[in-house]
Design a binder for this molecule. Structure first.
Ligand SMILES: Nc1nc2c(ncn2[C@@H]2O[C@H](COP(=O)(O)OP(=O)(O)OP(=O)(O)O)[C@@H](O)[C@H]2O)c(=O)[nH]1
Length: 485
């Protein structure tokens, strides 16, 4: 690739975050028909791929690891319903847990791509790009008022994405609980989720729709999430500026805990500048390359212009060049994903999102032990809306949307198992830790919180402040097109 096409960010100092990048998993999700698959194909075209055909994901061979383990495995994703030997021992094969019905089966599974072996800037990365089904946003209800969207559809969609993410944590937990761990066990956790918002939809809604607010809130509890504005070529510069500002206001107003490119205390000025630049670009503006159908496959065709091959989209009045930083933020997204922030994203996933999930999970199990309740069998994960559940409309400054059942009469069986101590949400634990107000003794009588969560977490401590510090000035005017004279 022409070196001049690298984004500004790639030229900055980035020594701190460049070690041990090996397996990296990117999920692309968001609005239906927002260009998720096109983004993945465009992205792949800009990579230096070593295994052109893609390496097939390893078939899981863990069915017989524990007697109480059920695996639903298909070629794209693995779902582990597991109890570690320790949990199992403590539970003494409790009947309630035998009937543990997680996850629900009637959900769509995200489509995981092959593992790509790539070399980016001298680093070898095993990259998995995970495509997902689109979030159906009804065209007649593109608004901020969440009164009449179909909560069942949104609930199921959210559930399916969260299940994929949490299943990867289950798989990690299972591996960690083995007596002899496989040091080469592939890391399947989702390290980053790009949430694509269709620019036209955002323009009509003047920012995020009610559905976006709910789904971003839910997904951000479990994964680093970065919002992106897709199909930006359909907008004028002024429209883009207006939409970006509106989305940033919505993120601020609803306190959406997205990934904010926070600084470390020991970051040098270059890295702080770079973080500030990325922060000011949120939501990232994307345009994908135009695609052609070749037989039963979809491919990307380069546009020839001035003797150069361009990945882009051609119009009667000019060409949008995907890799031109003046046209869209594609190169900057690629830079932070594969160069500058790869290790930080992996670290946060492991130290914060996985640990928070694991803590909740252990507290659920401990709670079940300390006060077993004979339920009707359905046991719902605290963070996942029921598959046929309803989701309450978002309101300003609420931390998390409430999940309420469709039919109040069904409320009783849908309730999570009662516990002596209500499990804290990851946000609560992290915020308490950050403000040193966390008192392990409050709940440790019943539950042992893993050590890592007790420590103050720098990211969550500054997250809310960072969102508040959004300013409306952007470093770039957004996507512009090249007008041919
Ligand atoms: N104008 C424009 N159209 C795009 C862009 N990216 C994709 N498209 C078109 O949008 C349509 C949907 O693209 P997909 O990549 O299939 O979208 P998707 O989000 O994967 O779709 P679902 O998975 O069905 O939700 C196709 O006709 C693409 O050619 C873009 O950047 N600009």
């Amino acid at each position: 690739m022409d070196s001049s096409r690298y984004s500004i960010a790639s030229g900055l100092s980035m020594g701190r975050r460049r070690h041990n990048a090996n397996q990296f998993n990117i999920m692309v999700t968001g609005h239906s028909l927002s260009g998720k698959s096109s983004f993945i194909r465009t992205f792949q075209h800009t990579l230096n791929i070593k295994n052109k055909k893609g390496k097939q994901p390893e078939k899981k061979k863990i069915e017989n690891h524990l007697n109480d383990l059920k695996i639903i495995d298909d070629e794209n994703s693995s779902i582990a319903i597991s109890l570690s030997p320790e949990m199992r021992e403590e539970l003494k094969a409790s009947q309630e847990i035998e009937t543990f019905d997680f996850p629900p089966r009637n959900i769509i599974k995200p489509v995981a791509s092959d593992v790509l072996e790539i070399i980016e800037d001298g680093e070898r990365i095993n990259l998995r790009l995970i495509d997902t089904p689109g979030l159906p946003i009804p065209v007649h209800n593109i608004s901020k008022n969440a009164s009449d969207f179909d909560p069942k559809v949104v609930g199921e969609w959210c559930t399916s994405i969260l299940l994929y993410i949490e299943n990867q944590y289950e798989i990690t937990l299972l591996e960690e609980s083995r007596v002899r761990r496989n040091r080469r066990f592939p890391d399947s956790q989702v390290h980053i989720c790009l949430y694509l918002i269709d620019a036209t939809t955002a323009s009509v809604a003047n920012g995020l729709t009610a559905i976006d607010i709910i789904t971003i809130q839910k997904l951000s509890e479990r994964v680093n999430l970065v919002p992106c504005l897709s199909k930006a070529d359909l907008m004028t510069v002024k429209q883009l500026e207006r939409i970006k500002k509106a989305i940033r206001n919505d993120i601020d107003e609803h306190n959406l805990p997205i990934y904010m490119f926070d600084d470390d205390e020991d970051d040098d000025q270059d890295i702080k500048d770079q973080n500030a630049m990325f922060r000011n670009m949120i939501p990232f503006v994307l345009v994908n390359a135009e695609e052609v159908e070749v037989g039963d496959r979809i491919g990307i065709e380069y546009i020839e212009e001035d003797g150069k091959n361009i990945l882009g989209r051609q119009y009667t009045w000019g060409t949008v060049d995907v890799e031109n930083p003046e046209h869209c933020d594609f190169c900057d997204v690629k830079t932070f994903l594969l160069e500058t922030h790869i290790n930080e994203l992996k670290q946060l996933t492991k130290d914060y999102y996985y640990e928070s999930w694991r803590t909740n999970k252990l507290m659920e199990v401990k709670g079940a032990i300390s006060k077993p309740v004979v339920s009707s069998g359905l046991r719902q994960s605290a963070s996942i809306p029921p598959p046929n559940g309803n989701i309450s409309p978002p309101s300003s400054n609420q931390n998390s949307p409430m999940v309420v059942p469709n039919n109040p009469q069904q409320q009783q069986p849908q309730q999570p198992i009662q516990m002596q101590a209500q499990p804290l949400t990851p946000q609560q634990v992290a915020m308490m830790a950050a403000t040193n107000s966390y008192q392990p003794n409050q709940i440790d009588e019943q539950v042992n919180i893993p050590e890592v969560i007790k420590k103050p977490h720098r990211r969550t401590a500054s997250k809310a402040d960072s969102i508040k510090s959004f300013n409306s000035t952007h470093s770039k005017p957004g996507a512009q097109v090249v007008r041919e004279e």
